[in-house]
Structures are given as C-alpha cells and as structure tokens.
Design a protein around this ligand. Structure first.
Ligand code: IYR
Length: 222
C-alpha cells in the first residue's frame, strides 16, 4: 500500500499472553488506588519529575497529530496566590449563586466548597490549555477533535502524576477565562483544566467513594 507520509517500523512491545494479563492486572490495581486529593503538603517536588509527567501527557493521541494542547506550569508563589484569589472569587459566586440545588446536593458527599487553599499549598499548578486553531504563515488552521484530544492527554497526565506517587485533582473554576489573562495566553488557546500537583498531606482525607463494578461499567457483546 502506498502512503503519502513517511513511515517507519513500529517497535512492538509484544508481551506473551500471561505477561500481558499480569501487566493489565497490575496497572488496574495501581490505577484503582488513585484518588482525587484536596489536602496537599507543601513539600517540594523536583521540576524534572513534573517535566516527565508533562512529557507523558504529551504522548497522547490527537486529531491529525496536531497536539492541540499547552501545559502551563506554575510554581511562583505570587502567581499561585493570584490564581487562588481569582479562582475563589468565581467559586464563591458559583457556590452561592450559580450552581443548582441538585448540583450542590450531589457535591455534598465530596465536601467541596469555594475555598481552594490547595492552589497555594501545592508546589506546582498545571493549567492545561486547549488550542482551537493554529496560525500557519498568518493563516488560521483549525485543530480537530480538540476536546477529545486534550481530555485524553489530561487522563494520561493524571495517571502519570499518580504513578510518581503524587496527587492531584481536576479543578474547574467556572468561568475560567481569568487564567488566559493571568498566564498571558494567546487568542487560539482556551483554559481546559487546572491541576494542583504535589504530595498528599500526612493527614489527607478522601471521601469514601466506590467505583462501578465491571458488570455496571461494561456491556459485553459476544
Ligand atoms: N468547580 C467547583 C465545583 C465542583 C464541581 C464538580 I461536578 C465536582 O466534581 C467538584 C467540584 C469546585 O472545584 O469546587
């Protein structure tokens, strides 16, 4: 078959059946230990660790391989303070005036409120921006499946954070356009997700949640 692009050999990992089964189980058991954590320690995390985590997220598949993402990495205390103040302003408004009764009821067991101290305590904040289009020689080129691509990259980011023994949560202050201004992002980028990253506090607590059983999460057609 002739192809328009340049192709190279694929380096297959090719595990045997038993090894594949064992590895799938080990990864599931590890993934199942991940929790969204809101109680952070201020213990430092080396930049190189975060760099590897972001590089991992950047291996995500994307529409036409446009890689429509930018990961903004913040550790500067003054900037974290500004982000916290702006996020809490929006969150205060959301919790008091924007979210429905039902929404607040659904969130009650998770124990969230408008206070976001983790935005200052965690040593790193990653703000993920989606890139709707690119300018190529001054001409606009749309990216494809941007939400799907960036969502997959964020999933991989979260798993890479967990793999390094660190914790995060997906924070979505709404609206989040203040992040474009504070981080001075160009007009082809929109804020997508904000993730504080660090070690869990020694006394961190998480809600007692349970995950769907296989029977409830998969419909099997045989
Ligand atoms: N963005 C708010 C509210 C919030 C909404 C959902 I859906 C959550 O699962 C958790 C929180 C906040 O971050 O508190």
């Amino acid at each position: 078959m002739s192809k328009a692009g340049k192709f190279i050999d694929y380096n297959s990992l090719d595990f045997n059946t038993e090894e594949g089964l064992n590895r799938s189980k080990a990864l599931y058991e590890h993934a199942n230990m991940r929790r969204s954590v809101r109680d952070f320690s201020s213990e430092p995390v080396p930049f190189e660790t975060i760099q590897n985590i972001i590089l991992t997220a950047g291996t995500a598949p994307s529409g036409a391989h446009k890689e429509p993402w930018t990961f903004c990495l913040i550790s500067n205390p003054a900037l974290k303070k500004q982000i916290r103040a702006a996020a809490e302003k929006e969150e205060y408004e959301s919790y008091h005036n924007r979210m429905s009764e039902k929404w607040l009821k659904d969130l009650a067991p998770i124990g969230t409120d408008w206070n976001k101290p983790f935005l200052e305590v965690a040593p790193w904040i990653i703000v993920v921006f989606k890139r709707a289009f690119e300018y190529v020689d001054g001409e606009k080129w749309q990216n494809y499946y941007v939400n799907e691509s960036v969502g997959i990259a964020c999933g991989m980011l979260i798993d890479a954070i967990h793999n390094a023994g660190l914790v995060t949560l997906t924070h979505t202050p709404s609206p989040m356009n203040f992040l474009s201004k504070l981080l001075d992002r160009p007009d082809n980028e929109r804020p997508y997700l904000l993730l504080p990253v660090g070690h869990a506090a020694d006394d961190a607590k998480v809600p007692d949640l349970h995950r769907k059983s296989f029977k409830n999460l998969c419909v099997r057609y045989s």
